[in-house]
Design a protein. Structure first.
Length: 171
């Protein structure tokens, strides 16, 4: 598999920028989309069972909730644009998802016994994710890490059913 194509390393060419973007979108971006949304679904599913429907108010740090409120207000002022969704989970990034999981690790551990390993994995994913999300070219090592965590994460949702927890997409 070819390495990430960093258009900045070559003589300027619009075609090279397009090629790099298409390559990263097709090869990697969708895996990050999957990872972040799997974490949102896991958090929502597990905390709804353990804390109830209003788990957001009970289980999420006040700083995170305040930031979400600020973002929601900003989005509401531009109602004609895309909106991340109603639930606060759609307004937080990977670091905040990790913090919510860490703060509620005792509940999550009942479903995902290796949650501490996952928290370390999420932290190692943060820089490659930010590199790609800010439209830069991740290294071959970073691409491999994203691939590895994507593959591992595919085994997370089935753990809900083994504990008879309904998969709940945040709404």
């Amino acid at each position: 598999m070819p390495a990430s194509i960093d258009f900045r390393l070559y003589v300027f060419s619009l075609d090279r920028i397009l090629s790099a973007g298409r390559y990263l979108g097709h090869r990697t971006y969708w895996k990050l989309f999957f990872l972040e949304n799997i974490f949102r679904i896991l958090i929502n599913s597990i905390l709804t069972v353990s804390q109830g429907q209003n788990w957001w108010e009970l289980a999420v740090d006040k700083r995170i909730r305040k930031n979400v409120e600020r973002f929601q207000i900003q989005y509401s002022k531009k109602a004609w644009r895309s909106n991340p969704g109603k639930h606060g989970l759609y307004y937080v990034g990977l670091s905040d998802l990790s913090e919510i999981m860490r703060a509620n690790a005792d509940f999550i551990r009942e479903v995902i016994p290796d949650i501490d390993d996952w928290l370390v994995n999420i932290e190692t994913l943060r820089i490659p994710r930010n590199t790609l999300a800010h439209m830069n070219s991740p290294s071959v090592t970073d691409l491999g890490l994203i691939d590895q965590l994507y593959i591992l994460s595919r085994g997370l949702l089935p753990k809900l059913s083994t504990k008879k927890i309904q998969t709940l997409i945040p709404t």
